[in-house]
Write a protein that binds this ligand. Structure first.
Ligand SMILES: [Ca+2]
Ligand SMILES: [Ca+2]
Ligand SMILES: [Ca+2]
Length: 214
């Protein structure tokens, strides 16, 4: 009876586990513009409750997280909906720091501006814990910056992270280390609470015990 109660009490946190968060950038208000960066929009430290930070850009000063909408002259189109995230000024590294540990499930990437060699040639999504130690990475996933109709590619993760870094590789040296890309539909999972694991364990033990008694 005690075990059943514990299981029931602990099962409640299971509900949000099924709800993976998807960052689709549809809720960034661009007004009449087709593109703008998070600094101008005033959402660098507030969008989704996370911190959207960036490394330096060698091209045109600092780079930023940005959002872009279908209809922009250089945009290849969203993976889903009408808007995507974008690397403004192409810094080599951009980060998202979460409020709590999350599971980075995966995200969709594309070059920004198809058929242009300033597009990034590959991206690697790296996870870090709250002590800034690496928890996992997708490895470099190739982007097609030479095709007139580049496609969206999926960078699959599956690791827990307090912060994800999106690190670019630029193979076209005239652009230095910088590289431009789009991202859409960043999929995040909820890290199971210890209680959930205890409940699952207790539930399983109870289940096996009941089966054995039959
Ligand atoms: Ca979208
Ligand atoms: Ca390139
Ligand atoms: Ca290239």
């Amino acid at each position: 009876m005690k075990r059943t109660l514990l299981t029931l009490m602990c099962l409640a946190p299971l509900a949000p586990m099924a709800l993976a968060e998807i960052i689709d950038f549809e809720d960034v208000n661009l007004g009449a513009a087709t593109r703008d960066n998070f600094l101008n929009l005033g959402i660098e430290n507030t969008y989704r409750g996370y911190t959207w930070s960036r490394g330096p850009s060698n091209f045109g000063g600092e780079g930023y997280w940005a959002a872009v909408a279908n209809g922009d002259g250089q945009f290849v189109g969203a993976h889903g909906g009408n808007q995507s995230g974008w690397n403004w000024n192409g810094p080599r590294t951009l980060s998202v720091t979460f409020d709590v540990d999350k599971i980075y499930v995966g995200a969709w990437f594309n070059v920004f501006s198809g058929g242009q060699d300033w597009g990034a040639d590959a991206v690697n999504v790296i996870g870090y814990d709250s002590s800034n130690s690496v928890t996992g990475q997708t490895g470099f996933v190739a982007l097609d910056d030479v095709s007139a109709s580049p496609g969206w590619v999926y960078a699959a993760g599956g690791f827990t992270a307090r912060r994800i870094e999106i690190l670019v590789r630029q193979d076209d040296t005239s652009w230095g280390p910088d590289g431009w890309w789009s991202v859409d539909d960043i999929e995040l999972g909820v890290v199971p609470e210890p209680c959930t694991m205890i409940a699952l364990g207790a539930g399983l033990v109870g289940f096996v015990a009941r089966r054995r008694r039959k």
